[in-house]
Design a protein around this ligand. Sequence first.
Ligand code: SF4
Length: 343
Amino acid sequence: MRINKFQRNSKPSMASRNCAYGRGNVNFQAKFTTPGHVWPGSLRDGVLRAYYVWPDFPSISITGEACALDCAHCGGHYLKLMEPATEPEALVKLCEEKKKAGAKGVLLSGGCDARGGILNLKEFLPAIRKVHEMGLMIKLHTGLVDSDLAGQIAASGADIASQEMVGDPKTIKKVFGIDAKPRNFLSTFENLRDAGIPHIAPHIVIGLDEGKVVGEFMALEMLAGSISPSTIAFVVLRPTKGTPMEGVRPPGGDDVRSVVSKARLLFPDTKLVLLALRPRGPEAGEPDGRFEIELGALDGGIDGIEHPSSAILAEAEERGLAVRKIGAYGVLPVEYESRLFSE
Ligand code: SF4
């Protein structure tokens, strides 16, 4: 087993010593590690990146609140939190304003059509090209795409393409209400890769199936057999008011730890990041579910956390990690950090 510099030089903190999957736990090693893999529970470069998305990387919905799906975990709720730009001209204008106000990049997303593609995406691609030419970095949430659309997305200049990867067909049907299979989700990433999108960032929703870990390991294994993402981004199911999952129990720290650990083993050189979309308030559970989720991610080998708590930053520093604060979204490719902040 290879031990990296950070691991040799660090000692487990109180939290990791008490943790079932901590670095000293023999069962954990036997269960998840194989020769040649980086040991989970540590980071690749001894740095925990703390991402602060707003205000330099605003989120924009190209469909406003419109969505043909009524997913059981979302019900369109999260579209309401994004700025709307429902016409291509409006998108260009809004991005010009954002650029003038100092934005460095944008997240473009929107509601889906009945087959899981982003509504009207094709129509927006010339406008997205203009946004690219303004010099804004673009993360585009693509929905499911075929090879033709993937080629058009690549031509638009999008820097980062993201989409959920789901490994269980029953979960897809139950949550999204569509007949797509995990293979169709994987094809989207393969199409984006083959089209030459510079960075691909699959999203894994931990606990997508009513808070339980069902297809997450399979999703990671499928990706590992086919894709070289620049980032794997983790969302943690947030029981959302007004949706059928309002009352479910969200995943806990152990769930997050097991999924992130698996990703660390399968993708030793890929950046892993915990996104802001996770239980961060009372819905995370008592006494401090938010910290437990973050701690699970840290133990599992996460490289960055969007909007981390001060407690997890203190924990990371106690473990000997350097905390690097970055005003960007967590899928920012590592090589863009100097480009973005030296300007
Ligand atoms: S397709 Fe997206 S925006 Fe629409 S309900 Fe599902 S998760 Fe929410």
